[in-house]
Each structure stands twice: as C-alpha cells, then as structure tokens.
Design a protein around this ligand. Structure first.
Ligand code: NAD
Ligand code: 6OD
Length: 509
C-alpha cells in the first residue's frame, strides 16, 4: 500500500486528502498502484468553483493582458526547469516511453504556454463606423472580457499536452479555471498547480478536482451553475452526455472528440516518407491519439508493397519499460481499455480479416528476452530488464487486410495500435471511402502529385487534413472536428473566441 497522495488544488492550496474518498493511481506498465488520488466530492467541487469565481473579482481581474502574457512565459520557463518531474509524472500515469514524454508531451506544454502568451494580447476587437441619416454616425466597437469560470475536462491519452492546450489560452484571456483531469492520469494537473503558484498566479484562478465522470467530480463540475462554459476533450459519448447536462443552463461548449481517421495513399507517393508517416500515425502513443489513423486506403498497385513494409515496421516496435532507451512503444492505459481494444481484435477476426501482424497480447515479460524464443510474429520479446511487465496492459501492434467499410473495426473508434488496410482504384472512390464515417476529425493524403494532394485534402470531411505528413501542428491554426468529432475550433485566435465574450458598444456621435 502506497502512502503517496495526488491532491486536489483549490483556492491556491493543495487540499488535505480524505482517506474515505480515494482511488488508486495505477502504472499501466505493470499494473502496480503507485499513489492514491483524493476523489473530490460535490462539496469540494463547489469550493473549487467558488474559488474560481472569487478570483474573477479579485486581483486577477485587474491584471493587464500583457501581465498575463508574462505569466504564461514564466510558466513555460518553469515547466522547462522542472521538465524531468513532469516527464516522470506523465510516464508514471501513462507508461509511455520517457523519450516520447519529453519530446512530445512536455515540450508541447511549454509551447502551449509560449504560443498563447503571444496570442492573448493581440485579440481582435472589431469596430465599425456606421453611417446614419442626416450625416450622423455611430461608432460600434466590440470589447472582449473573459468567458468567466471555465470547466476544463480532459482525457488520459496526452494528459499534460491537452490540459495546457486549454489552460494556457483560458488564463491568457483572464479566465479562472476548474480542471478535471482523467481519473487515469491525475498527476500532471496537480504538478501544474504548483508551478502556476510559483509563477505568481493569484489564488483561485487555477483549481484541480480529481475524480470520475458520471456521479463524480466531472458531472458535479459541468452541472454546477457557477460554471460559465465547458471545454472538453474526450469521447463522443461523453461529449454528448455533457451536452445534455449543460443544456438546461445554456452554456457555451467546445468539444474535441473521437475520430476514425483515414489515410489515403496514391501510387505516386514517396513510399519511404509514407511508410514512416503511416507507422507514426497508426502506432504513436500505442494508437491512443485522437488523430491516429485506423483506416488506410491504398491504391491497388502499391497495396502489397506498402502492406509488407508496414508489417515490418509494426514488428520493429519494441515494448518495454518506459525508461529503457530501446523501448519504442508503451502499454494501453488500463485493463478496461485493453478489454475494449482486444474486443475489436476479436471482431476483426470474426469479420474474416486477414491478420497481417499482431492480433493479440505480446510476450514481453522478460520470458521471451530470457530464452530468446520468438513469438508468433517473429519478435524476440521486449528489451532487457522487462521482468514483471506481465501485469501491464500490453497489446500487439496490429494490421488487418480483408475488411471493408461495413465492418465494425473499420467503423468504430478503437483507440489502440491497429488499422485496416483497404485497396481502392480511383481518386473518387478513395475520397468516398475516407468520408464514409460519422466522425470527421483528421485525415492524411500521401502523393507526390501537388494538384491531387490539394484537391483530395480539401475534399476530406474533417477538421484537420494533412498532405504528406501527420500531426504537424501550428498552434495558431484552427483545430477541431466535424460530425461526431466535435463542436467548435480551438487554436490561436479561435481559442480566444471561445475563452472570451464580446460586448458591442454602440455610441451615437
Ligand atoms: P472519456 O470521454 O471517457 O473521458 C474524458 C474525460 O471526461 C475524463 O476526465 C472523464 O472523467 C470525464 N467524464 C466522463 N464522463 C463524464 C461526464 N458524464 N461528465 C463530465 N465529465 C465526464 O474519454 P477518454 O477515454 O478519457 O479519452 C479517449 C477519448 O478521447 C477518445 O475517444 C479520443 O478520440 C478522445 N480524444 C479526442 C481528442 C481531440 O482533440 N479530438 C483528443 C484526445 C482524445
Ligand atoms: O495538438 C493538439 O493541439 C491537440 N489538441 C491534439 C489532440 C490529440 C488527440 O489525442
């Protein structure tokens, strides 16, 4: 039993934990509990919202936009100084390789604060000079004010990246936030509370409540009448539940939801670039990125070659302890999520898929490494020092052929390291297949034909359409999804639009 606690942060202080309301923080690598998390009850959530509301009328409300931007820059610097603590916390929660947590998650947290420091001070405040009869005029100008108390609810897959993607613009625009991290990944939100306080953020402007969704901190927060808006990243089903909850209060929402993203590869593509890009887009973060590709449409003449090269790349991934430099892939987040992913592995087999590689649970727990024997895919197991990992939530990177758009593993979001490879013959057919989904988050097109790249990218019914790349982000550009993938856009000025209210002042001259 561990005596380490992950605490809530309310009104500028870490709250003493309540032994009677707690849940375990579990390391997905080996299934061991490494801390207890204090689950916020309705009363603590109420205190957090009240603290946020008080911050909106206290000293924080008098900070200039420039002072808030300076604070965001200090926060970025401080995260860089404490980077290894953030890396360790993120790795403990998610099991992802240390190198990846450093390169992506913590680096993006820093970039989020720096980027929004530059944006929140330059928010557009539109004005119009109106011509009236008889030579009179009116001056209309719109002033921005903070949205107010913002509920920030985030998932477990990129916990710090997705949290700071919302907290940085929200604070930059002068809001007070109450954040509810995922129950699976509570650590970095509390660490960020420490950093924000060190950097001089006034008490109550950033609060953290830990817990679950329905019947717990998440629902208590979105139901609270003191919340002025909800920004949420997570599954489409939860987005729908939150929408129902806030409907009665008529609150603005920004939703970044699930995806069932397609890649379309033409026979003129640069195959080295394409295979490297697809490998990342299918398997990054063990497939647990909302932008990951789960459907790959391949021009028939190159189907076999790309399939073979992707299989080789999948087999080259090395599961193992996050700290080991040879590790290139981590476990799934939880036992429950592994059950879900494995249910799609079974569904694919039942639908008659050919399993090109993977399809099960890997042998990595030192056993394979010790006796050197390969598994069914020819792998020789994990990296040295992996004994004890059999308690973790591992699955094999998996590729299928023989499925169609009618099959469940091709229609529903799996959120694991798996993709279906499907042939096409014409450009129109590829676009139709890619757009044949209720989701609309992201896509990628792979071709050396410039005209075709632009043409097909624009025809994709998604929020983010890449050509010859994947997950390349400019934080000023609009980010979000269509259909089941979300409502609204964040990023750059689009974030400012969500995190502020506009009041139009009309002065007759
Ligand atoms: P989830 O929807 O289960 O949970 C997300 C968050 O919502 C968690 O903090 C959870 O506790 C909370 N929550 C759950 N029910 C709630 C309720 N009724 N009221 C208030 N809060 C509630 O999602 P997850 O399993 O944590 O994350 C995976 C999903 O997130 C995938 O579908 C993935 O595609 C999606 N996602 C989307 C994006 C994007 O930018 N579009 C980014 C990352 C993840
Ligand atoms: O890059 C981002 O800003 C972003 N919101 C990424 C989302 C990834 C989904 O898992």
């Amino acid at each position: 039993m561990t005596d380490r606690w992950i605490r809530n942060a309310v009104g500028g202080r870490l709250v003493d934990p309540d032994e009677r309301r707690s849940f375990p923080a579990v390391d997905p690598v080996d299934g061991r509990t490494f801390a207890r998390v204090h689950e916020a009850d309705a009363d603590l959530v109420d205190r957090a919202v009240s603290a946020a509301r008080a911050a909106l009328t206290g000293p924080w409300s008098r900070w200039s936009a420039a002072a808030r931007a300076d604070l965001l820059r200090r926060v970025a610097d401080r995260i860089e100084q404490r980077a290894e603590e953030f890396v360790a916390a993120e790795v403990a929660d998610t099991g992802k390789p240390v190198a990846e947590a450093r390169r992506l998650d913590v680096a993006r947290a820093v970039a989020n604060f720096r980027t929004f420091a530059g944006i929140a001070t330059h928010a557009e405040q539109p004005s119009f000079l109106t011509e009236l009869p008889e030579g009179r005029q009116a001056l209309n100008y719109a002033v921005r004010s903070p949205l107010g108390v913002v509920a920030v609810i985030v998932p477990w897959n990129l916990p710090l990246l997705l949290l700071t993607w919302k907290v940085a613009p929200a604070l930059g625009c002068g809001n007070a936030v109450v954040v509810k991290p995922s129950e699976e990944t509570p650590s970095t939100a509390t660490l960020l509370a420490e950093v924000l306080a060190e950097c001089g953020l006034p008490a109550g402007a950033y609060n953290v409540v830990h817990g679950f969704g329905t019947g717990s901190a998440g629902e208590f927060l979105v139901r609270h009448r003191g919340v002025d808006g909800v920004t949420f990243t997570g599954s489409s089903a939860t987005g729908s539940a939150i929408m129902r909850t806030v409907a009665g209060q008529v609150r603005p929402v920004s939703f970044e939801l699930g995806g069932k993203n397609a890649a379309v590869v033409f026979d003129d593509a640069d195959l080295d670039l394409t295979v490297a890009g697809l490998t990342r887009s299918i398997f990054a973060n063990t497939g647990q990125v909302c932008l990951c590709t789960e459907r790959v449409y391949l021009h028939r003449p190159i189907f076999d070659e790309v399939a073979q090269r992707l299989v080789a790349a999948a087999r080259g991934l090395r599961p193992g302890r996050p700290q080991h430099p040879a590790t290139t892939t981590g476990p799934l987040i939880s036992a429950g999520h592994r059950d879900k992913v494995l249910s799609y592995y079974r569904a694919a087999a039942e639908a008659g898929a050919t399993v090109l590689t993977g399809g099960g649970v890997p042998t990595i727990a030192g056993a394979a490494a010790a006796d050197g024997s390969p598994d069914s895919d020819g792998r020789t197991g994990g990296v040295d020092g992996d004994a004890g990992l059999d308690g973790g939530w591992w699955v094999e990177p998996t590729l299928w052929s023989g499925l169609t758009n009618a099959d469940r593993p091709v229609r529903e979001e799996i959120f694991g390291p798996a993709a279906a490879l499907i042939p096409f013959d014409t450009e129109d057919e590829a676009v139709a297949l890619a757009n044949d989904t209720e989701y609309g988050l992201a896509s990628s097109v792979w071709t050396t034909n410039l005209g075709r790249g632009h043409r097909v990218a624009q025809r994709m019914r998604v929020g983010v359409s890449w050509v010859n790349t994947w997950f390349l982000r400019d934080l000023r550009s609009p980010f979000g999804g269509r259909g089941l993938s979300g409502i609204g856009r964040e990023g750059g000025d689009f974030s400012v639009d969500f995190y502020t209210e506009l009041t139009n002042v009309c002065v007759q001259i």
